[in-house]
Design a binder for this molecule. Structure first.
Ligand SMILES: C[S@@+](CC[C@H](N)C(=O)[O-])C[C@H]1O[C@@H](n2cnc3c(N)ncnc32)[C@H](O)[C@@H]1O
Length: 215
């Protein structure tokens, strides 16, 4: 249900120029030549294409998104700029269509708040990172828990606020997925969005080199 609303909303926005980001994940991530990078919720493809230029022909970038309109625009933009080391894949956040330990870097901007099972998303981010691989993610969190009447409303979730969890819950998901020592790179003061008070932040961490995990 939520996916349908997200597809409708973001496919309508795919041909617009409006800003859909909530932080500077791309700039803080600094993709390096030869790296394999992933952008979760890649939208019109701008950040993925910029990373593809940064990683060069020895690197590769995957942009994942669920909205058909966004995927179409992103592919068109890559073609127009003749960027070949990027692929845009239709995928949900909870089950990423990528193999284990594929990425040196995962970025995302203003997307994870839409996911209905955020814990599953964080396990997936951990699964696709190589040992020692890093993520830099910009997202929003709710200053107070979102009211019951809104948090499962698919339209309000697609509007980028009702799916937000509290900062405390956010950090719990990260730790449960195996990320310790999370760095808060930037954080806004609270602001009103929809019917909630939210804040944006950009966070970063690494998959441990020593992890004994099964994947
Ligand atoms: C607010 S936009 C941000 C787009 C881009 N990151 C940017 O900064 O311009 C959120 C994007 O996440 C995608 N998205 C939302 N929920 C998703 C889900 N559950 N699975 C995959 N993609 C999703 C939307 O289609 C949309 O392109």
């Amino acid at each position: 249900m939520e996916i349908k609303e997200i597809n409708v909303r973001y496919s309508q926005l795919a041909e617009t120029e409006c800003c859909l980001s909530c932080g500077g994940a791309l700039n803080y991530a600094v993709a390096q030549p030869g790296e394999v990078c992933v952008d979760l919720g890649s939208g019109r493809g701008t950040d993925a294409i910029r990373m593809a230029e940064a990683v060069g022909e020895d690197g590769f970038v995957y942009g994942l998104d669920i909205s058909d309109g966004m995927l179409q625009t992103a592919r068109k933009n890559a073609e127009k700029l003749d960027v070949k080391n990027v692929s845009f894949i239709r995928s949900t956040l909870e089950k990423l269509e990528l193999p284990d330990k594929v990425a040196n870097l995962v970025i995302s901007n203003c997307t994870l708040n839409h996911a209905s099972n955020k814990q599953a998303v964080w396990h997936e981010i951990h699964r696709i990172l190589k040992k020692g691989g890093r993520f830099v993610i910009s997202d929003i969190y709710a200053v107070e828990p979102i009211a019951e009447e809104y948090k499962n409303d698919p339209v309000a979730v697609a509007e980028c606020w009702a799916g937000a969890v509290t900062r405390e819950e956010y950090m719990k998901h990260l730790v449960n997925a195996g990320f310790s020592e999370v760095e808060i790179i930037e954080e806004s003061t609270p602001y009103a969005k929809g019917k909630a008070l939210v804040a944006s932040f950009t966070i970063a961490s690494k998959r441990s080199l020593k992890c004994n995990c099964s994947n």
